[in-house]
Design a protein around this ligand. Structure first.
Ligand code: GLC
Length: 543
């Protein structure tokens, strides 16, 4: 295979993928909730941005208790989002625009409205229907205590009792019962779901909670050292991310990898003229090494590398993540990924302190990430420099808010502003607020406003992605000369030197032609690199 053919086949190795949170991207029918026709109509935005692929959050039939991550039918589109024909039209239009489409698969749990769970409730204890989920007897004399001490990621106990006295496990909301992946029926069902969407032409799957499917046999108690609480908060600040407990009988069990080996064989059957169909893991593993296990040659193609997202604003921390990631992924032949934001975490300009400084840092971290080998994942709205929105309690919808009283993830999910000066800012044809209210004063953040402004964050993203194309596929898979000097991180990737200034003072710049910079438009970078800024320099000799 020529190098060009290999690059086409393995398009994912250097792809930039854009996450579409479907409820909040674009609304065609005016009901205030984003939908598939809305997304299809706005695909040119993604082409113009310069990404290679989009990942769409779940649009299957669902009671929407966790906004689609509670699936009642894996092979149909929820009427809220459109129809199967709309899904076909979306895939076809994306392919016309040379964009690949990754859909979201939720195999850890179904909705409690899924026919399997309804049948399980009806059939009663000991039935084959119950064996598709994790039903157990309670503890205590009358079984009124949960079967073990596990906590839901969304807060509270991970068990709910049903009227006949048994309990079922849900690592998330009680409307999301966990499947029993030790039951072969479950694996067979998901293989048919994979084939259903592959036959419709999707280019891959993002696997939700990929580290959770199989639980340790016996469902023993989690060991909780005295004085600590089992994790109980939402993914914005809780057990999936800031995990203080080391003992995890519910996560990252060795048997989970058998599932992905089977899926990989299925996907490989479908590799075709558009190249590989891929699997990408959402796996909140504890170490880069355990992340790397998901991307061994016969398993998934990629896994989200959350360590970049979790790193504080520090040259040393970023350097440690780069080294740790490449050291873990390299030996298994995997391709690293980098991500700063998604629909579960606080938007990165806000994490970096908000306001102009938060945005400057966000742009700098993004530019640095885009120079690294492997592929990058962007989250809708980051190209507009959107910050986390402070959603008023009466408008919050995240199940973790209802279970814990903590703010939850609504703030990064507010519908996008496309144009105009007032809600819904072109999000849909309706008037007034969409499903989550948009803030006043978002007009200058809209796509239309930023399109017209060469100094906008949108213009910065487009320029960075265009510059990335000039070297990303040819610059090799390694990072060299990685250095931390004071608060400055620098490294080389092929012909490009990257410098990131995490300090509060300007620093002298090495020689080289400026290929891209995160500085505000109009800043001439000649001798110095300002604070909170990153730059790509091309060796004069490399032209
Ligand atoms: C994943 C999703 C998140 C969802 C959870 C349960 O972490 O990204 O949004 O709530 O899984 O499916």
């Amino acid at each position: 295979m020529s190098e060009r053919d290999a690059e086409h086949q393995q398009w994912w190795r250097h792809a930039v993928t854009y996450e579409v949170y479907v409820r909040s991207f674009a609304d065609a029918d005016g009901d205030g909730v984003g939908d598939l026709p809305g997304l299809t109509a706005r695909l040119p935005h993604l082409r113009d941005l310069g990404v290679d692929a989009l990942w769409i959050t779940p649009f299957y039939r669902s009671p929407q208790r966790d906004h689609g991550y509670d699936v009642a039918d894996y092979t149909d589109v929820d009427p809220l989002f459109g129809t199967l024909d709309d899904a076909d039209a979306l895939v076809a239009r994306a392919h016309e625009l040379d964009l690949r489409v990754i859909v979201d698969l939720v195999p850890n749990h179904t909705s409690s409205e899924h026919p399997w769970f309804r049948a399980a409730l009806e059939a009663g204890p000991g039935s084959p229907e119950r064996a598709r989920y994790l039903f157990r007897e309670g503890r205590g004399a009358d079984g009124s205590l949960p079967p073990n001490n596990w906590r839901s990621v969304f807060g509270g106990a991970a068990w709910t009792r049903v009227p006949d006295g048994q309990w079922y496990l849900h690592l998330f909301d009680s409307s999301q019962p966990d499947l029993n992946w030790r039951n072969p029926e479950v694996g067979d069902m998901f293989e048919s779901v994979l084939r259903f969407w592959l036959d419709r032409g999707v280019d891959g799957f993002r696997i939700d909670v990929a580290h959770g499917l199989v639980k340790e046999e016996g469902l023993r108690d989690q060991v909780v050292p005295e004085g600590s609480e089992p994790g109980s908060a939402a993914p914005t600040g809780g057990s999936m991310i800031e995990r203080t407990l080391r003992d995890e009988p519910m996560w990252d069990q060795p048997e989970v990898h058998e599932v992905y080996r089977r899926w990989r064989r299925v996907l490989d059957e479908y590799a075709g003229p558009r190249g590989d169909r891929i699997l990408v893991a959402e796996a909140w593993t504890q170490t880069p090494e355990s992340m790397a296990r998901f991307v061994r040659p016969d398993e998934m193609h990629q896994a989200f590398n959350f360590s970049w997202l979790l790193a504080p604003w520090s040259a040393e921390a970023f350097a440690a993540v780069v080294t740790g990631t490449l050291e873990a992924v390299g030996p298994v032949g995997g391709s690293p990924t980098w991500v700063l934001s998604n629909h579960d975490v606080i938007r990165h300009p806000t994490r970096y302190g908000g306001g102009p400084r938060g945005l400057a840092r966000a742009r700098a971290a993004t530019l640095t990430m885009l120079a690294l080998p492997g592929s990058a994942y962007l989250y809708q709205g980051e190209e507009l420099g959107l910050e986390e929105v402070d959603v008023a309690p009466e408008h919050r919808t995240d199940p973790s808010w209802f279970r814990t009283g903590e703010a939850g993830r609504d703030g990064c999910r507010v519908p996008l502003p496309w144009d105009g000066d007032a809600a819904p800012y072109g999000f849909g044809p309706g008037t007034g607020q969409p499903w989550l209210p948009q803030p006043a004063g978002w007009g200058p953040r809209s796509v239309a406003a930023q399109q017209a402004d060469p100094g906008s964050t949108l213009a910065f993203y487009r320029a960075a992605l265009a510059a990335r194309r000039t070297f990303a596929t040819t610059a090799g898979e390694s990072v060299t000369d990685l250095r931390v000097e004071g608060a400055v991180l620098s490294f080389r990737r092929g012909p490009v030197t990257v410098v990131l200034n995490c300090g509060s003072e300007a620093v002298p710049l090495p020689p080289g032609e400026v290929l891209a910079s995160s500085a505000p438009a109009g800043t001439v970078l000649s001798r110095d690199l300002p604070a909170d800024c990153a730059v790509w320099l091309r060796d004069p000799a490399a032209r």
